[in-house]
Design a protein around this ligand. Structure first.
Ligand code: AMP
Ligand code: MG
Length: 310
């Protein structure tokens, strides 16, 4: 094990904040059973306390230990998707503080696949609560330098594991009955192959079923529009394109020239950040097909384009 991972694991056990790579986005981690440590996450991010955190563990056994009654489908889901970008929500054990779950009697649990995350969780030996390592409402970090730029002074350490391979957050599923709480790195189609039909709540229902899913999120400082007809005219304009460059923009970022939605997801947040850094007047994001990882991409873009908070 590297010295950096050992030092990061020690810092977590002491109740400090550590930013670390996962395959989805960089996480801002704290000892999940230590209320003071978890409170530091909310303070560092400016995250409202009603927005519960996902708890990260190194393997299925550690996950099972956090659920009061492990759901019947847990083993099948784990065999198919763990380690990986799937988060499972079910009744929690009493040891998990209310601060983590925002007072809910359920907990969200994930086993990440990134080798550095796995090594860190094994070395820490405690469950680690970790939301994305960005100020609340901002674009999620997919590189260590994104974390350093926005939260570097708020954490004890930032582990650098290179660019995130999935690039969007985990898919969140509740069971009994199977319900999609957030589209993410595991496609709904793949989930349904294991679970059968999965209910997909409408945008409004999300807010109660999945607290913290505010409409305004992943926001760039430059106003972003999904419909160019709604964007104000003139000024310097940037386009976040799916497959190809279009005329009429000063800058264009193409997410995937081959039209691959997984590649587009991987590149999404970094491209949003690059466009946002150019001090443009308007950003337009092209819609992508809402299949596979396209659902997660469109979910993030709709929230980035939302004009109001809440
Ligand atoms: P993240 O923003 O990636 O840290 O993911 C946290 C999100 O997971 C929250 O905003 C909720 O939408 C969801 N979540 C976490 N815990 C629960 C829970 N117990 N019940 C329902 N959704 C949850
Ligand atoms: Mg986040």
């Amino acid at each position: 094990m590297s010295d950096a991972i050992r030092a990061a694991a020690d810092a977590l056990r002491r109740g400090e904040l550590v930013a670390f790579p996962t395959e989805t986005v960089y996480g801002l981690g704290a000892h999940a059973l230590d209320v003071d440590a978890v409170t530091k996450i909310f303070e560092a991010k400016g995250r409202p306390r009603f927005d519960p955190l996902i708890v990260h563990v190194p393997n299925l056994d550690a996950a099972r230990a956090l659920f009061a009654e492990p759901p019947a489908a847990l083993d099948r889901l784990a065999a198919e998707f763990w380690p990986g970008p799937l988060t499972v929500v079910a009744k929690k054990v009493a040891a998990i503080p209310d601060r983590v779950t925002a007072g809910h009697d359920t907990v969200a649990v994930r086993v990440p696949a990134h080798p550095m995350a796995k090594a860190l969780l094994e070395a820490a030996g405690v469950p680690v609560a970790a939301p994305s390592a960005n100020p609340f409402g901002a674009v999620s970090p997919t590189r260590a330098e994104h974390v350093v730029a926005q939260l570097g002074d708020r954490v004890s350490m930032v582990l650098d594991g290179g660019p995130c391979e999935v690039g969007v957050e985990s898919t969140i599923v509740a069971l009994d009955p199977p319900t999609l709480l957030r589209p993410g790195g595991i496609a709904l189609e793949s989930l349904e192959r294991v679970l059968g039909a999965v209910a997909v709540p409408g945008a409004e229902e999300y807010t109660t079923a999945s607290p913290g899913r505010l409409s305004k999120h992943y926001a760039t400082a430059t106003p972003l529009y999904l419909d160019p007809a709604e964007a104000p005219e003139g000024g310097r304009r940037g386009l976040l394109a799916f497959e190809q460059v279009s005329d009429g923009y000063d800058v264009v970022e193409v997410l995937s020239p081959s039209g691959d939605l997984a590649e587009a997801a991987q590149r999404l947040f970094a491209a949003m950040r690059r466009l946002d850094a150019l001090d443009l007047d308007v950003l337009v994001a092209e819609p992508v097909p809402e299949v596979g990882l396209g659902r997660a991409i469109m979910d993030r873009l709709r929230r980035a384009a939302a004009r109001r908070a809440g």
